[in-house]
Design a protein around this ligand. Structure first.
Ligand code: PNS
Length: 160
């Protein structure tokens, strides 16, 4: 049976912390789907198609294995996407206890809903302070986001 996992997120935009988790997870599964999910609780900076395109560039530039699929999902439950593609695992990067507290209820509900397990992965601590919201703020105020995001994202945001 193929082992298929999903890394979901807003990815608005993808950061070096996200890319680190993707790079660590890709070799552990036959297929890794990086899925941009619309989060109605957050005001978006980038359209979903743009986020997908920047993830594709980051994954390609990062030399991540050819088993990574980039997609988006905006209708219905995330576990419905998992069921559609045959994924039994969700992967979340955990930077701190705050992330654990945020992710734990979702992990339990996703298991209840569809038997999809969540695997928490620890990214490189060098990226522990990096978040998409911080990147959005720096970019909005005209700062250089290069230290926090893949090159393709820095090029895009610094030129915007
Ligand atoms: O990058 P984010 O914004 O922290 O990602 C959060 C996300 C999109 C992964 C989360 O909001 C999510 O899983 N949304 C899917 C909606 C869903 O299925 N909810 C019910 C079970 S938790």
């Amino acid at each position: 049976m193929r082992r298929i996992a999903v890394v979901p997120g807003s990815f608005d935009p993808i950061t070096l912390g996200h890319l680190d988790v993707i790079e660590r997870a890709a070799p552990l599964y036959d297929e890794l789907h990086v899925v941009v999910v619309h989060n109605p609780d957050k005001e978006a900076l980038l359209p979903i198609a743009q986020r997908v395109s920047l993830i594709e560039s980051a994954v390609k530039d990062g030399g991540v294995g050819g088993n990574v699929v980039v997609a988006s999902w905006s209708v219905g439950l995330l576990v419905d996407y998992c069921t559609d593609v045959g994924a039994s695992v969700l992967i979340k990067g955990i930077r701190s206890q705050v992330d654990v507290a945020y992710e734990t209820p979702m992990a339990i509900v996703n298991r209840d809903l569809a038997g999809v397990e969540t695997v928490f992965m620890l990214p490189n601590p060098a990226h522990a302070h990096v978040s998409s919201s911080l990147v959005r703020q720096v970019a909005a105020l005209g700062g250089d986001v290069t230290p926090y995001v893949p090159q393709a994202v820095a090029g895009f945001l610094n030129a915007s």
